[in-house]
Design a protein around this ligand. Structure first.
Ligand SMILES: Nc1ncnc2c1ncn2[C@@H]1O[C@H](COP(=O)(O)OP(=O)(O)OP(=O)(O)O)[C@@H](O)[C@H]1O
Ligand SMILES: [Mg+2]
Length: 511
């Protein structure tokens, strides 16, 4: 058997083989070829296969009427060129094709998928060749600081349960014992939630990002949803976009592709409870919370919009609210103006269902030029949607040792910006998400930031870390144990308390 594999996989054999996609692919290739001015069909073919190889998911099997045959040596070239193409195909598939037919099928599948993408891209570029090349080059750039246009990583099935044991920081050793300090994020009986605190520039984001990158390595099927207020989560040091294959989105540039008001089902009860929840989320956004009448009208508006509009969007809610004010003959007030303000930008676009959206990784960039109301609303509505989605699922699977599968890692950097808003979705995610495989990581400046919450978030955490910061010493002792103080911490050191441990360790996280 292995002889047969070896024989057909020689470069000479492949060079002589015939490859083809479908008649539909050829028709699209004609369009691409004409617009981009290629002389022959092998060039759009190569471009298509390369485009498809840039996506992590396997391509669907190509189907339909067969297309024109191109010989291996024409399609891929010979020698090192051919070897490189075959290596890329095998690397992408993660396995060696076991017959010539399997190799031809694989090539055909990439060719057909890639050609559809190229055609879409050519059309999106208004059939302008130079614009097309610019778009293509951008789509192939390694993701970094700016907007990433990488394809989101998509997972077919449910996530896999396996132990996730994380070292706290690049150094990650106890000052006293010099032993490594680790946290078992999803071990039985623990909590997968965590909080990192510390003063400005103390290293909380870098340390949190290190921990998250280890998580991505150990649990590659766990998608990330991260809120980035400073734009540094996808820089070269933190590189969370790369680690999770995340798409970086900014509502100032493009709407978030989620049906954010999706209902779990269409029952009357579901509409009522969802409206109540959304009312609570939306009426907490401003420091001046909505009054009773405003809340009642917003509730009615939400019920009407959720019942009548599928998919329901923020402008639907705004319009329903305006109607209620008009029909009751009352003057529009702060509640209406908040909704109007939120609709100034298209924040969400109902492209993906919650199940689709939350199976991919996203970094939501909310830099300082995003209005405060929008920042809080985006975090609030997304954590709401995540929580409603997660809580429709059955408990996450566990492995034989009781380690729970992680379905979602939700990270909020600069969490002090939103902690005052009492987001009900976030609170529920922290309280109830554990058994469903949802983990929350909050990064904030000081323990006192958490004091205003109705729920004691810190008591729910499996891991709490704090770098040097000015904090109420009594709070520090309450959280980290008697005798704990932040005053002794040197640069790069943090107090680290793992749930269940009697006291905190002083840990060198970075040097
Ligand atoms: N692991 C590390 N290795 C090297 N330098 C680090 C590390 N962690 C932090 N630093 C240094 O500290 C600086 C601040 O780190 P980081 O951005 O993580 O801090 P922060 O607490 O998130 O700050 P801010 O409050 O401004 O968000 C970095 O720019 C870097 O100079
Ligand atoms: Mg930071």
């Amino acid at each position: 058997m292995s002889n047969m594999v070896d024989e057909f996989l020689t470069l000479d054999a492949i060079a002589g083989m015939g490859f083809r996609a479908t008649a539909e692919t050829d028709a699209l290739a004609q369009e691409v070829k004409d617009i981009l001015g290629f002389g022959a069909f092998n060039i759009p073919g190569r471009l298509a296969i390369a485009r498809s190889l840039a996506i992590a998911e396997p391509p669907p099997k190509s189907e339909g009427e067969l297309g024109r045959t191109i010989k291996g040596e024409t399609l891929f070239g010979v020698g090192p060129d051919l070897a490189a193409w075959i290596s890329l195909l095998i690397e992408h598939q993660g396995a060696v094709p076991d017959s010539p037919k399997a190799l031809q099928g694989l090539v055909s599948a990439h060719w057909a998928r890639g050609m559809r993408m190229l055609t879409d891209e050519v059309r999106a570029a208004d059939k302008d060749a130079s614009q097309f090349w610019r778009r293509l080059a951008e789509s192939a750039l390694p993701a970094s600081g700016g907007m990433s246009v990488a394809e989101p990583r998509v997972f077919g099935g449910d996530v896999v349960a396996a132990p996730v044991v994380l070292q706290i920081g690049e150094v990650g050793t106890d000052v006293m014992s010099n032993e490594p300090v680790v946290w078992s994020l999803n071990a039985p009986g623990g909590s997968p939630h965590s909080a990192f605190m510390g003063g400005v520039g103390s290293g909380k984001t870098r340390t949190a990002a290190f921990v998250l990158r280890s998580l991505a390595e150990q649990s590659p099927t766990t998608p990330l949803i991260a809120f980035d207020f400073k734009g540094d989560m996808s820089d070269k040091n933190n590189a969370l976009d790369k680690a999770f294959g995340a798409t970086v989105l900014s509502p100032l540039i493009a709407p978030i592709p989620l049906d954010v008001f999706a209902l779990a089902d269409s029952g009357r009860h579901t509409i009522t409870t969802t409206a109540l929840r959304l009312r609570d989320s939306l009426s907490n956004l401003k420091e001046a919370r909505f009054g009773d009448l405003q809340r009642r009208r917003l509730n009615d508006a939400l019920e009407t919009a959720l019942r009548n509009c599928k998919p329901c969007t923020l402008p639907h809610v705004r319009d329903a609210l305006k109607k209620i004010y008009a029909s009751e003959g009352v003057k529009e007030d702060g509640a209406v103006s908040s909704l109007v303000e939120l609709c100034r930008l298209p924040l969400f676009e109902p492209k993906y269902s919650p199940a689709e959206f939350f199976s991919k990784s996203w970094i939501i960039s909310l830099p300082a030029n995003v209005p405060e109301l929008v920042r809080v609303a985006v975090v609030s509505l997304l954590t709401d949607a995540l929580e409603r989605h997660i809580n429709t699922l059955t408990d996450a699977a566990t492995d034989t040792n009781g380690n729970r599968a992680l379905r979602s890692m939700c990270v909020i950097d600069e969490a002090h910006k939103i902690l005052g808003a009492r987001l009900p979705g976030l609170a529920n995610l922290i309280r109830l998400g554990r058994s469903k495989g949802a983990a929350v990581m909050l990064i904030s400046q000081r323990p006192d930031d958490f004091a205003g919450e109705d729920d004691d978030f810190l008591a729910e955490m499996g891991l709490i870390g704090c770098f040097s910061t000015n904090a109420n010493p009594a709070q520090v002792r309450r959280i980290f144990g008697p005798g704990s103080a932040l005053t002794a911490l040197k640069k790069g050191e943090a107090l680290i308390k793992v749930r269940g441990d009697a006291r905190a360790a002083q840990v060198v996280c970075w040097q």
